[in-house]
Design a protein around this ligand. Sequence first.
Ligand code: CA2
Length: 146
Amino acid sequence: MAKILILNGPNLNMLGKRQPEIYGHINLKEIESACEALADELKVEVNFAQTNYEGELVSLIQKANGKYEGIIINAGGYSHTSVAIRDSLALFSGMIIEVHISNIYGREEFRHTSMISSISNGVIVGLGAQSYNLAMRALTEFLLNE
Ligand code: CA2
């Protein structure tokens, strides 16, 4: 069974608590539960991690190598700044889908650039919590056709 790791970066543990006009009312636990239900349907295994620390994200990505066929990552604010996270993803041998809950292109200029997009297989942006489900479907589809 294919294994997918869903990684969330800084402040995504705050989802549902503030700024619902940007990120919606759903919290991270609810997003993860929805992904778990979808994993059953898609017959894949899914695991989750969230951290507010850049280095920890790097370590999680390194450890995922050889263990997971795919990573779905919302690196939060680090998406726009982190060469270290980009470098660790570039070393990952499986597929990568970058997701963002909000439409980063409709927000402040500094959110318009992602360090991760060009080394990802695909990017899903601005579709709310659904972004994660869509990424799981796309990844599963990719992996089946590999
Ligand atoms: O839209 C996304 O998914 C983001 O990756 C979310 C990040 C932001 O820095 C990126 O530019 C786009 C922020 C994480 C969530 O931050 C919250 C802050 C307060 C309340 C709820 C969430």
